[in-house]
Design a protein around this ligand. Structure first.
Ligand code: UD1
Ligand code: CA
Length: 454
């Protein structure tokens, strides 16, 4: 194949989104629409990618800065043909130019590759629609050869009955595109420079026009409204859920899982309803995720069960752990094998060694914990003095009684037992019972106060 240029049109306003954010930066499955298109484009290994932006100003190039693409401003926006004209200085003559759209996010590389089969022709991606209203129609002669594209607003009533429509996506020899674009006029119903007019020019010059259809119709659906965004989100989620099922993951309901990033699963993984996975999440063999859990950028190793309503972010969890229900595991947490974290326990920036347990109502922050530690209900590491954070060290085989505060920096020596209700401010000796608790006393004959009668 010739070398490949890709132009992505992304200058439009998106009025119907009713949003201050540029349309192409709205999220689908956790990524901006334009990012989906850039990712699909990158899979085709093009020589260059050029994004034409306009509305929203620098927000678009800024949001996509990590992509190797040229960003050219189209200001004002005078139509799709005018938009591609802005990209021409970026394009190499002996190449094919593929035109994509920042608001058509689910286009698949497999479909696009079909547009490269005849690189000397103009290759158009078209679809037949039951309701073609609003789209440019593909006008053919009696023999079925494409003659031109006519926009809805310029079409005769008879042309409006045509059901084959232009998706807007095309692959054109760049040299030809350049000459055709220079001859566009805006003498049409919308006063715009139509990219679609190049089709008629090709026909006049005897350049073959080939049409190709997408593998799935949703690949060419655009986003102009929140309704269309939501509907494509469902398409993406369903497609992804079906892939997980095919890999052998058990989903309680493939309609009730949301993956906003990448979810990688081992064998015999079970995921209950309502779970959200964000960023990159790895689940080992035999992992079970309980209902309504939210997991972001984490590794969860084999045999671990996450009970319902647990939130886990940027954490590494070992084998055979039991987490939740209602656990919150925050960034920087590393749990070794066999750790139990129960309900209403929050762990942040802490490492917990094998077989330790914090089963109820605790806050463990900035802590290094050994093995076989038992943290009683209501234990709190006081890691923050209002300005600075300090670490708590809890060595192996410690038993912390309920409702204890550990005021960091502090070290609880190996084998220490802490009596319930203690506030520990100094390091504790190994193997001893330490407690800080005033002695229980009884005031004999004490009476509760009563309201005075006036
Ligand atoms: C266009 C096609 C139509 C096709 C339809 C598919 C033309 C003239 N018509 O019509 O045949 O059926 O798409 O959806 O091409 N854009 C810019 N700069 C501009 C104008 C548009 O970047 O000056 C971008 C928009 O952001 C949008 C895309 O191009 O992503 C399509 O523009 P839009 O105005 O929606 O074209 P349609 O009228 O829908
Ligand atoms: Ca449109």
């Amino acid at each position: 194949m010739n070398s490949l240029n890709i132009v992505i049109l992304a200058a439009g306003k998106g009025t119907r989104m009713h949003s201050d954010k540029p349309k192409v930066l709205h999220s689908l499955a956790g990524r901006p629409l334009l990012q989906h298109v850039l990712d699909a484009a990158a899979e085709l290994a093009p020589d260059n990618i050029c994004v034409v932006y306009g509305h929203g100003g620098e927000a678009v190039p800024q949001a996509m800065a990590r992509y190797e693409a040229a960003f050219v401003l189209q200001e004002p926006q005078l139509g799709t043909g005018h938009a591609v004209q802005q990209a021409l200085p970026q394009l190499a003559d002996h190449s094919l130019t593929l035109v994509l759209y920042g608001d058509v996010p689910l286009i698949q590389p497999i479909t696009l590759r079909h547009l490269f089969n005849t690189p000397d022709a103009l290759n158009l991606l078209t679809v037949k629609l039951e309701h073609p209203t609003g789209y440019g129609r593909i006008v053919c002669d009696e023999a079925g050869n494409v003659k031109r594209i006519v926009e809805e607003k310029d079409a005769t009533p008879e042309q409006r009955t045509i059901v084959e429509v232009n998706t807007g996506i095309m692959a054109v020899p760049t040299r030809l595109l350049r000459t055709w674009l220079s001859r566009l006029s805006n003498n049409n119903a919308q006063g715009e420079y139509y990219l679609t007019d190049v089709v008629g020019m090709a026909v006049q010059e005897g350049i073959p026009v080939h049409t190709v259809q997408p593998v799935h119709q949703w690949e060419v659906e655009g986003v102009n409204s929140k309704m269309q965004l939501a509907s494509l989100e469902r398409v993406w989620q369903r497609t992804h859920a079906h892939q997980l099922l095919e890999q052998g993951v058990t989903l309680a309901d493939p309609e009730r899982i949301d993956v906003r990033g990448k979810l990688m699963c081992g064998r015999d993984v079970e995921i209950d309803v309502g779970c959200v996975f964000e960023g990159e999440v790895h689940l080992g063999n035999n992992v079970r995720i309980g209902a309504y859990s939210v997991i972001r950028d984490s590794h969860i190793a084999s045999g671990t069960h996450i009970e319902p309503y647990s939130h886990i972010a940027q954490a590494e969890i070992g084998d055979n752990c039991r987490i939740g229900p209602y656990a919150r595991i925050r960034p920087g947490t590393k749990l070794h094998n066999g750790v139990h974290i129960g309900n209403f326990v929050e762990i942040k920036n802490s490492e917990i060694a094998a077989n330790s347990k914090a089963n109820h109502l605790s806050y463990i922050g900035d802590t290094t914990m050994g093995s076989r530690v038992n943290i009683g209900a209501g234990t709190i590491t006081c890691n923050y003095d209002g300005a600075n954070k300090f670490r708590t060290v809890i060595e192996d085989d410690v038993f912390i009684g309920s409702d204890t505060q550990l005021v960091a920096p502090v070290k609880i020596g190996r084998g220490t037992t802490i009596g319930a209700g203690s506030t520990i401010t100094r390091d504790t000796p190994e193997g001893e019972l330490t407690l800080s608790r005033s002695k229980q006393l009884t005031v004999a004959g004490w009476k509760r106060p009563v309201k005075e009668k006036k």
